[in-house]
Design a protein around this ligand. Sequence first.
Ligand SMILES: [Zn+2]
Length: 287
Amino acid sequence: MIVDIHTHVFDAAQDFGPPLLADMQRCGVQPAVWGDVAARHLETTKAADVAVVFGIRAMRTGWHIPNEAVAKHVALAPERLVFFASIDPAENGFMEELEKCHQQWGASGVKLAPLYQDVHPQDKRYYEIYNYCEKHGLPILFHAGTSFVGGTRLDYSRPVHFDAVAVDFPELRMILAHLGHPWEGETIAVIRRHAHVYADISALYYRPWQFYNSMRLLTEYKAAGKVLFGSDFPFTTTGDSLANVRNLNHATGNSGLPQVPAELIEEIINRDALKLLGIPHPKTTIA
Ligand SMILES: [Zn+2]
């Protein structure tokens, strides 16, 4: 079974505030190229058996994607889409929003982004969220590592900060997105220490040399068993990610450098992330 653990939906015309639009313009990110994001999401995520989908809420940097809209999108293909709620601890009533997403709209997990939300991972507001998620068995996917988004402290995105969270919440299932790039080594140091901390490989293949090196590092640390497949749609698609992850050894050309074993790549792609994270298969939960 292939699970795409990392996909976004949003309505670029409505959900992006001025700081985000300015960051996108500064870095040459053009929302227009994504077209109808919701329609393309429904179509392209069919390349996986199941896709986890979320918006982002981060008032500080201009992300205003309503959780309700994401939940409604998931309801269009409930047999293969899984809803994660995005909760911004800087918003009033964030715990009520989390409870509503979980209890009314069926969220199976939570997406947090300390870098975008400008809140330190060990902030006491996040700790309320971690408490709730640990108690109710909701995994948390964190944006980890850098981003085109500016104006906030990059330090909040350092993988090492999630090490302390894992110590304080040993039963909480956590995923560090993008192998925490460019701190892949730091991410590996964290995920191999904690039974329930994972990382995803979304949005990495388009830096082929760095991705190859990260995957070799994972191989040498024997930590690839803690890594999950993800795409980061709409920045790429599930299908393009699958093809390029399978092709990652091409970065070495005919140099004779050691390869990332094909079996290891297939293990990552076919890993049952739902089972590891304690999420029921969506087919089994359709009302
Ligand atoms: Zn993402």
